[in-house]
Design a protein around this ligand. Structure first.
Ligand code: SF4
Length: 359
């Protein structure tokens, strides 16, 4: 696909939108409800803040129904106390929680509790309003010699894919514009497996938002149901770079399936082609290997029983997090092989891009 002529992308439409009473009291909440109604999505305004989902008893049907439900809610106070999010950014800022896609490795499966509906936050003004209090207080990238020049960094993709929802919320655009107006050493960061960047291209971003495309080889598309094709994501990234945004590639999760060397060499070459004629591109790379916890595996096995994604013990090692929980990562020899491969391939094919971290 040429990046000059973007193909029409299929935007996600929920089957229903439910708006809590508190969300309806917020201007942004009403705006989201109006956008959904304009797209002919049924909107239900609740008389309280309790989300009565009334999901079917059958787990498969309940999953499908939940994934097609968008709730407009107010971010709770805990979401307004920002947390560090290593290694990506100093702070995590949430515009939403949940994602409409169906990735069979999704890290949200272990982090979010309850049915996998997508919640978007109506109190955007309040979320934007707390950010100045965090200026200069970062302990992750701000304390890294190599990255301190990024200023205080804020990651918006921890609990959602914000671009997947942008046509319904406009929240990401509003946040990008807020960073554009913020004359301070700060950076908003988001990463996405979607490609509908059109609403972002003309924003006054001030160079203070870095978009990263989260990519995997096209052959792994069956692991990434409901996302946009990787070629479309790369074309979108090139368009953002031409619109003056700093950009990046999140190669994640790196999956050591049969034939991975060839698949990832092709992916990196594809990224090189997509970005080849972008002038003065400011491009970073983040490399994240596939991992899972016993909890996320159990949830993902129930959601995607037919997935071919290998979550067996083969080539795996157990790692304890600093909080004492267990995660399964690739074993040392697989990790070494992967890392050597990526370092060599990236240096030769994308020499203009700098690697931020490997994990
Ligand atoms: S796009 Fe990201 S957040 Fe959404 S299902 Fe896939 S991995 Fe999860």
């Amino acid at each position: 696909m040429s990046d000059d002529v973007p193909r029409r992308l299929k935007l996600w439409l929920p089957k229903r939108v439910i708006v809590t009473r508190s969300a309806q009291a917020q201007e942004h909440g009403r705006a989201i409800a109006a956008r959904a109604a304009a797209l002919a999505v049924p909107v239900d305004i609740l008389s309280s803040d309790r989300l009565g989902l009334a999901l079917p008893d059958d787990p498969r049907q309940a999953y499908a129904e939940a994934k097609r439900t968008l709730a407009v809610t107010v971010a709770p106070p805990s979401r307004l106390r920002l947390q560090p999010i290593a290694p990506s950014a100093d702070w995590r800022v949430d515009l939403a929680e949940g994602c409409p896609a169906h990735c069979s490795y999704c890290y949200l499966a272990g982090s979010l509790k309850g049915p996998p509906i997508t919640r978007v936050y109506a109190n955007l003004a309040e979320i934007v309003g707390i950010l100045p209090g965090y200026l200069g207080t970062g302990t992750v990238t701000s304390r890294s010699k190599a990255r301190a020049n990024e200023g205080t960094t804020f990651e918006a993709s921890c609990y959602t894919d914000p671009l997947a929802l942008e046509h319904l919320t406009g929240s990401l655009s509003a946040l990008i514009e807020a960073f554009g107006r913020w004359q301070a050493p700060v950076q908003l960061r988001f990463t996405t497996k979607f490609a509908a960047v059109e609403p972002l291209l003309a924003l006054e971003h001030g160079g203070r938002t870095r978009m990263r495309a989260s990519i995997n080889p096209a052959a792994y598309a069956p692991f990434e149901g409901g996302t946009d094709p990787v070629a479309a994501r790369l074309a979108a990234l090139a368009r953002m770079a031409r619109a003056g945004y700093p950009i990046g590639l999140t190669i994640a999760p790196i999956i050591a399936a049969d034939g991975w060397q060839r698949a990832y060499a092709g992916l990196i070459a594809q990224a090189g082609t997509a970005l080849a004629d972008v002038p003065d591109v400011d491009c970073t790379i983040e490399l994240i290997t596939h991992r899972y916890t016993p909890g996320s595996k159990a949830v993902l096995d129930s959601w995607y029983p037919g997935s071919k994604l290998d979550m067996s013990d083969a080539n795996r090692a157990e790692k304890r997090t600093k909080f004492g929980s267990v995660k399964h990562v690739y074993d040392a020899s697989t990790m070494k092989e992967l890392r050597c491969f990526f370092e060599a391939e990236l240096a030769s094919t994308l020499p203009f891009a700098r690697v931020l971290y490997w994990t």
